[in-house]
Design a binder for this molecule. Structure first.
Ligand SMILES: Cc1cc2nc3c(=O)[nH]c(=O)nc-3n(C[C@H](O)[C@H](O)[C@H](O)COP(=O)(O)OP(=O)(O)OC[C@H]3O[C@@H](n4cnc5c(N)ncnc54)[C@H](O)[C@@H]3O)c2cc1C
Length: 405
């Protein structure tokens, strides 16, 4: 019986596991999915946890509720080392797993070591724990008496920074004073003009202060005992002027780095530390080791560089599962990955979003919001979870309307 290890249960790993279990195996393999968390996180919907538009179980279902143990075994543990020559994976708990086929899908991490004070005081926004910690902090700030303005600074005006700014502005209402700080000369670098225009309007309508060509220098606690009493030091690139302002929280959305376990791997990598793979997603010299998602630098069959997005990882998962099956069974040829960009979506506050699809088609406002929700619902893992979430989206407004206020 073949043993398959999938490391990381995000968009790349979880969807590969689900697809692998559906392949026509001559003899069912032993498929093991390893993740340090007990829940899968549908990251594009993480913002909705800050506004109460969605519940934790919808955005982050437990692996155990998504996988049937007869086809995929879930192991909660931290991967600490991978030895491709010995075909062995080591977990933090001292456990080791031997494999015949391996999938590397450990995703990226938010680097907090780029400016002094970020690791101590800034909030990253990538995991369920990050969203829960920020939500608790916001509750604490909102409960202050007498009610004071809540001053937030968000570093990075990419998709995460813009989406966070709009959602938080809607949550905090007139108490929110939000700054969006960006080193580059425009927001949403790499996004379509239509998405950028809609985002600019959403930021303006919410009174969010956008500071372009501005570098965060450091974050300091004004009073060591009160970690929400911070000073944010910035530099304006054009004028070289320095500024230091009090803030209640800094949110850090800048950059992605590879985890230590990927950094330690002696395999070909790009300058950014991503693993180089063939278009079949195989690692050079190791035909039964595959990588996908944020850890992999993929140039597809048409020669285009594939972005590090959920959309790409989701598409790669089907190829990864097929190719691993083909490599282990030798029944069919492996297929080179082809990426289809289906457009882009951004949430721009509560009940509003922008969707820019191929051919210049754009939907904004509540229609964009409904289209985004529908697109994400069909991409959620397992039909059972889709039905539970879909039913909750229909029934929740009904029962909330019936409850006394
Ligand atoms: C807030 C946010 C919003 C986003 N919005 C969008 C969007 O709208 N559209 C889009 O296309 N993309 C979006 N992205 C990007 C997208 O989420 C990623 O590109 C995608 O998740 C990459 O998939 P992956 O499988 O490579 O990694 P991930 O989905 O990050 O999964 C990696 C998994 O590995 C696990 N892991 C990591 N290290 C270890 C270890 N040492 N041991 C065990 N387990 C480990 C993690 O717990 C995690 O479950 C967003 C990202 C964030 C953070």
């Amino acid at each position: 019986m073949s043993r398959i290890c999938i490391l990381g249960g995000g968009f790349g790993g979880l969807y590969t596991a689900l697809e692998l279990s559906r392949q026509p195996w001559p003899e069912p393999p032993q498929i093991t999915l390893v993740d340090r968390q007990e829940r899968f996180v549908f990251a594009p919907l993480l913002y909705e946890l800050l506004t109460g538009e969605m519940e934790d179980w919808e955005v982050a279902p437990r692996f155990q509720n998504l996988l049937s143990p007869e086809s995929v075994q879930f192991v909660q543990g931290s991967v600490t080392a991978i030895d491709p020559k010995a075909r062995r994976v080591t977990l933090g708990e001292g456990q080791s797993l031997d494999y015949d086929g391996l999938v590397l899908a450990l995703g990226g991490e938010t680097p907090l070591d780029r400016v002094p004070g970020a690791a101590e005081y800034a909030f990253p926004f990538r995991t369920l724990a990050d969203a829960q910690r920020l939500r608790t902090h916001l509750k604490h700030l909102e409960a202050r008496e007498p009610a004071q303005p809540i001053r937030l600074a968000i570093a990075g005006a990419g998709a995460s920074g813009v989406e966070l700014a709009c959602k938080l502005a809607d949550r905090l209402g007139s108490r929110g004073q939000i700054r969006l700080i960006e080193l580059g000369s425009h927001i949403l670098s790499g996004f379509a003009e239509s998405s950028r225009g809609a985002a600019q309007q959403a930021l303006q309508e919410r009174g969010i202060q956008v500071e372009l060509r501005t570098q965060v220098l450091r974050i300091e606690a004004v009073d060591e005992k009160r970690k929400n009493d911070l000073a944010l030091h910035v530099r304006r690139i054009d004028s070289e002027a320095m500024a230091s302002d009090p803030v209640d929280a800094v949110l850090w959305t800048v950059g992605t780095q590879m985890s230590g376990v990927i950094r330690a791997l002696d395999l070909p990598k790009t300058e950014q530390g991503r693993l180089q793979v063939f278009p079949t997603l195989q690692i050079p010299s190791f035909p039964t080791v595959f990588a996908l998602g944020d850890v992999a630098a993929v140039v597809d069959a048409d020669g285009q560089s594939v972005p590090a997005t959920a959309q790409a990882a989701f598409q790669q998962a089907s190829y990864c599962a097929w190719n691993l099956w083909a490599a282990l069974t030798q029944e069919r040829p492996l297929l080179p990955f082809r990426y289809w960009s289906l457009g882009e979506m951004l949430s721009l506050g509560v009940d509003t979003a922008v969707l820019s699809a191929l051919g210049g088609f754009t939907l904004t406002g509540p229609l964009g919001y409904l289209a985004r929700r529908a697109a994400y619902l069909v991409r959620m893992p397992t039909l059972e979870h889709q039905l539970k979430v879909g039913w909750n989206w229909i029934s929740r407004p009904l029962w909330e309307g019936l409850l006394p206020r």
